[in-house]
Design a protein around this ligand. Structure first.
Ligand code: DGL
Length: 261
């Protein structure tokens, strides 16, 4: 079983990409929404939540865990890898590399939570590329709250997205990295406001491919590929599970529309 977690519904944007290439595995998705947002919490608090959720997912039979949250990856993945040495953890990585390598203006924008922008994991990656490109950063202020409420577009989303995108666009960024798994759910207003000259980069597809590689390497793929037609997924939450279930219905519809279109 694949365990996957986030501070709330954001990790479903990663699960969406995983289901496209691993549709027949068994999943338990844990939304830690009683403690959402993680963005402003201390690293120690996020590590402690990581331990509790890891114990829960292992108890449910997980043989691999996807931390579908940039903030939790930054704060907790190295500790969890040390403390649970026999468990493979897959984490998020803000896609600074593809943005830096493809930028024409030489300026890239990173949208992420305050926690991610302070984490050494991100700072190390940034250090590799900031000699080649200028990196401008901004927190997606209010983005996580909108997604948790299921507000993915409309006037309020437009206003919120515009406020955090403006400093990146004004600086001349032609690539914008989505460094928080909630943000891809706001892709409609993000793309509209950024315009066609700006490419938006979401690391979720490459995280999904990495998961597939690790599962193959460790022999964790389900051998009977004919078992289920619809995804075998259970959503659990530390708070109310309704927001994640609602968003998951949209994710499922999105996958089906694209498959059968
Ligand atoms: N979705 C998470 C991330 O990727 C956390 C957002 C939050 O809870 O602040 O960073």
């Amino acid at each position: 079983m694949i365990g996957i977690y986030d501070s709330g519904s954001g990790g479903l944007s990663v699960l969406r990409e995983i289901l496209k290439i691993l549709p027949r595995e068994k999943y338990v998705y844990y939304a830690d929404n009683a403690f959402c947002p993680y963005g402003e919490k201390t690293p120690e608090f996020i590590r402690q939540r990581g331990r509790i959720i890891t114990e829960y997912l292992l108890g449910r039979g997980a043989d691999i865990i996807v931390i579908a949250c940039n903030t939790a990856t930054g704060a907790a993945i190295s500790t969890l890898r040390k403390e649970y040495a026999n468990v493979p953890f897959i984490g998020m990585e803000p896609a600074v590399k593809p943005a830096a390598l493809s930028s024409k203006s030489g300026i890239i924008g990173v949208l992420a939570t305050a926690g991610t922008l302070k984490a050494s994991k991100y700072l190390n990656t940034k250090g590799i590329y900031e000699g080649d490109v200028k990196i401008v950063e901004h927190v997606g202020v209010g983005f996580v709250e909108l997604v948790e409420k299921g507000i993915l577009d409309g006037p309020e989303a437009e206003r919120t997205v515009r406020a955090s995108l403006a400093p990146l666009l004004d600086a001349g960024a032609d690539r914008i990295v989505l460094g928080c798994t909630h943000y891809p759910f706001l892709i409609a207003p993000i793309e509209r406001i950024a315009g066609s000259g700006v490419q938006i980069i979401d690391p979720a597809p490459s995280v999904a491919r990495h998961l597939l590689e690790v599962m193959e390497e460790k022999g964790l793929r389900k051998s009977d590929a004919s078992v289920s037609v619809s995804p075998d997924l259970e959503i659990v939450a530390s708070g109310d599970d309704a927001p994640s279930k609602r968003l998951y219905e949209l994710v499922l519809k999105d996958i089906k529309d694209k498959q059968y279109a």
